[in-house]
Design a protein around this ligand. Structure first.
Ligand SMILES: C[S@@+](CC[C@H](N)C(=O)[O-])C[C@H]1O[C@@H](n2cnc3c(N)ncnc32)[C@H](O)[C@@H]1O
Length: 310
């Protein structure tokens, strides 16, 4: 495959667009970085396949290319796709200009998860990190099945906002801040996103006709599936009866200590952005409770693995 950029102008509104307030420089600094354990989960699942192949991976909804970078260290070629205007250019800048990885290693495509120009049965691994909530999941999962080779791996991941642990009053205000965010986040696109993310991707179906060995891993979900819930727009549970569910508690890679300034900057990475001055009272209250100290944060993350049937 050649390293080209394909533009497909879509009339419909896309999630996580600049218009909704996305600021990638803030995102890079304040969203969690995918640590080694995240990729170990992915590569371990993939490597257990008989006759496993490491030729072509496809990082979907790649954004600025953060996951593509590590995936490129294990695969011969990586397709980096994202539907929003200019995002694959930002990814190219990170991967090729800044990281110095050869451009021939990548194909950049401005395309969404639901419809791709990638050849059928050509991909060994698909990663869809932090983007499935912005998709029509049924169409996207069908499209992933088309692209993957028999035995290929699908990985869909989603980390939600961190929970403040060990300081109940601070967690109560943090929760109220996300309730205010939710009230401001309205419309069909957001409603669909919440239905997908509020139950840690349990709303995403993996039909048995196309998928096997489905494994759903929930990390730092100390309150169970409720750990992912930030409002009442919760989708139907579509976990299949033969799927494995694994709970991993206390993962230090998804824990941190942070102060009020960091929490404000982190919150500004959630779109649509709710300006600080609109919830000044809540921020002042949280600042007062923290008293200049850092709080312990634990981020719940769901990782869903599936293997394409022959
Ligand atoms: C929160 S960013 C995630 C970026 C990166 N994958 C990561 O893990 O940090 C969500 C991405 O989903 C993309 N997106 C929006 N609608 C999409 C769709 N229908 N299909 C695939 N990606 C989509 C956005 O353009 C954005 O880059």
């Amino acid at each position: 495959m050649s390293a080209t950029t394909q533009t497909e102008n879509e009339a419909k509104e896309l999630g996580f667009s600049v218009r909704q307030g996305v600021d990638w420089s803030n995102y890079v600094l304040y969203r969690p970085i995918y640590q080694n354990s995240f990729f170990t989960h992915i590569f371990d699942y993939h490597s257990q396949k008989p006759g496993v192949s490491w030729s072509i991976a496809h990082d979907i909804g790649a954004g600025h290319g953060i996951a593509s970078s590590t995936i490129a260290s294990r695969f011969d070629h990586v397709v980096v796709s994202d539907p929003n205007d200019g995002y694959t250019q930002i990814a190219r800048n990170l991967l090729v200009e800044q990281s110095g990885i050869s451009e021939s290693k990548f194909t950049f495509l401005q395309q969404g998860a639901e419809k791709s120009s990638v050849e059928s049965a050509s991909i060994d691994l698909i990663t869809a990190c932090e983007c499935m909530q912005w998709t029509d999941t049924e169409a996207a999962v069908g499209e992933f099945a088309r692209q993957l080779r028999p035995g290929g791996t699908l990985v869909m991941t989603y980390y939600t906002r961190p929970l403040i642990v060990g300081n109940e009053r601070a967690q109560d205000i943090w929760k109220a801040i996300f309730e205010a965010y939710s009230k401001n986040a309205t419309g069909d696109l957001l409603d669909r996103a919440f239905r997908i993310l509020n139950n840690g991707f349990d709303a995403i179906a993996l039909p048995e006709a196309s998928w096997k060995t489905v494994k759903r891993v929930y990390i730092n979900a100390s309150q169970g599936i409720a750990s992912f819930k930030i409002n009442d727009r919760v989708g139907e549970n579509r976990v299949g009866k033969n799927e494995e569910r694994v709970w991993v508690n206390g993962d230090p890679d998804w824990s941190d200590n942070q102060d009020i300034d960091w929490l404000k900057k982190y919150f500004a990475t959630w779109v649509p952005v709710l300006p600080e001055n609109e919830i000044r009272g809540l921020w002042d209250e949280l600042e007062c409770i923290l008293g200049g100290e850092k709080v312990r944060l634990e981020t719940p993350i769901a990782m869903v693995f599936a293997t394409k049937r022959a």
